[in-house]
Write a protein that binds this ligand. Structure first.
Ligand SMILES: [Zn+2]
Ligand SMILES: [Zn+2]
Length: 330
């Protein structure tokens, strides 16, 4: 069957034919993949900046944002159920956080991630999955369910920022208008905060229009007002701490490797908190799937551009106008 992934032997992104999965074991189900979203992580993987094939193999199937349907079920799942899989798997032997079900908080860093690290992803028509790695997707949100995984990451980041703020935050600023930045802004707006997005795209860019259509102001060149919660989702804005209001929280979700200047005096005088989060727990996935039904559907749909699988080579290059490219298998 077809698959798209990283050939570590020849260091290239390639389509490869791989054998179909064997019949599922007792805890497993056979999934038929319908849609797979591509994100900045996949684009970084395609340049071999990170990523590891499964042990003993030289090829890694990419794709970690999947919407699938159960093809062969077990006691827990029936044929035809719509599901979204979680991507991170426990380290071995499991650290205390992995053992308690919070693999997103793994202490050893030796976890597996499907489509990223030591486990194949979902850019293939069929795969096996353990039943307890799946979340049920209601039919009412099927058309936007490819956003479940990125939204789960955002749910965790927003919950962390709200918990870290010592008072009641009212305003938020999101730096970056990629899929994570846009989902963060939409979720904060749903929670009743006044949100502004700051990014580098021109004011007439489709991403800026999408935000304005959702009632979220978009800034490119103007200096923002200080906000109670600031989310760095751009991967590299340097003066981002300047924008945090007293008692505020700076939450890092963009994978920047630039050092962040931390002015110690201002941090203590203004009671500032800086935090980072990655990945998501089951609770965040469940919240994401519930919130897909509450967020403005028009905005979510405008985020996505669906492409046939044949168009995969152009999905790993550059920055598409629509924040989220989704490959469909049927
Ligand atoms: Zn992703
Ligand atoms: Zn662990």
């Amino acid at each position: 069957m077809r698959s798209i992934g990283l050939d570590f032997e020849h260091r290239r992104l390639a389509e490869q034919s791989i054998p179909p999965p064997p019949p599922p074991g007792p805890d497993e189900v056979l999934l038929r993949i319908h849609e797979v979203g591509i994100c900045a992580t996949d684009r970084e993987l395609s340049k071999f900046r990170f990523g590891t094939p499964p042990e003993g193999e030289t090829y890694l199937v990419l794709g970690h944002e999947a919407l699938a349907q159960v093809e062969v079920g077990n006691g827990q799942w029936a044929k035809g159920d719509w599901v979204a899989p979680m991507i991170r798997r426990s380290c071995t032997p499991a650290c205390s956080h992995c053992a308690s079900g919070r693999r997103d908080m793994c202490l050893t860093g030796q976890y597996l991630e499907r489509g990223i690290s030591r486990a194949h992803g979902y850019l293939m028509p069929y795969t096996l999955e353990r039943g307890d790695e799946l979340l049920r997707v209601p039919e009412s949100v099927l058309d936007v369910a490819a956003l479940s995984e990125p939204l789960s990451v955002v749910e965790k980041a927003v919950a962390t920022a709200l918990r870290a703020h010592p008072m009641e935050p009212r305003t938020a600023l999101v730096a970056g208008a990629g899929p994570v930045g846009i989902l963060t802004a939409l979720l904060l707006q749903l929670k009743g905060l006044t949100v502004t997005v700051l990014s580098l795209e021109p004011e007439d860019h489709p991403r800026a229009r999408l935000l304005r259509d959702a009632g979220i102001p978009y800034l490119r060149d103007r200096r923002p007002e200080r906000a109670d919660l600031v989310f760095e989702a751009a991967g590299g804005a340097l003066d981002v701490l300047e924008w945090v209001a007293p008692c505020g929280v700076l939450l890092l979700i963009g994978a920047s490797e630039e050092p962040l200047p931390l002015p110690p005096l201002r941090m203590l005088v203004d009671n500032l908190t800086v935090a980072g989060t990655v990945n998501a727990g089951r609770v965040h996935f469940e919240q994401a799937i519930a919130d897909l039904g509450r967020l403005p559907r028009r905005s979510l749909e405008a985020m996505m551009e669906r492409r046939d699988l044949d168009a995969w080579p152009k999905s790993f290059d550059g920055s598409p106008a629509a924040p989220k490219v989704v490959h469909r298998f049927d």
